[in-house]
Design a binder for this molecule. Sequence first.
Ligand code: OFO
Length: 165
Amino acid sequence: MLKKQVEKLLNEQTQKEAYSSYLYLAMASWAETQGMSGVAEWLYAQAEEEKDHMLKFIHFINERGSHAIIPAIEQPPKQWKDIYTMFNEVLEHEKFISESINKIFESAIKEKDYAVQNWIQWFVEEQVEEESSVQTIIDKLNLLDKGKSGLYVFDKDIATMRSKK
Ligand code: OFO
């Protein structure tokens, strides 16, 4: 059985993963309307991955004898100033998620919940990868000339950058 504080944080994380999925869906939809189909594809796949993360939390909470509550999801923004702003927001969001995962780990240590400590490790590693892959995208964007031809090449390139999972 999960301790109350750990259970609360795990349920809150379910909501955060669901919101991540919605946020990336909103970004994907916007990118699609901007003619950036490679970026949109990357974001749609990212949104699916976040849904999988949400499901992992739901199943784990239930397997540990608690009850995963399906959360309400806030509406994400509809549009972004440009692609640079958008990817910087992705990175900030992933940093926020990493902190949130770390808090679950800290709480599991405090509550001596070894099963959660062990299980959450996968997410600790996942966050290192997510931050790093978004940082790589931002580094590439910063290398480009900011005109349309640079973005065209970037859009083609990002379609090949989907990570393994
Ligand atoms: Fe679930 O990893 Fe991103 O947010």
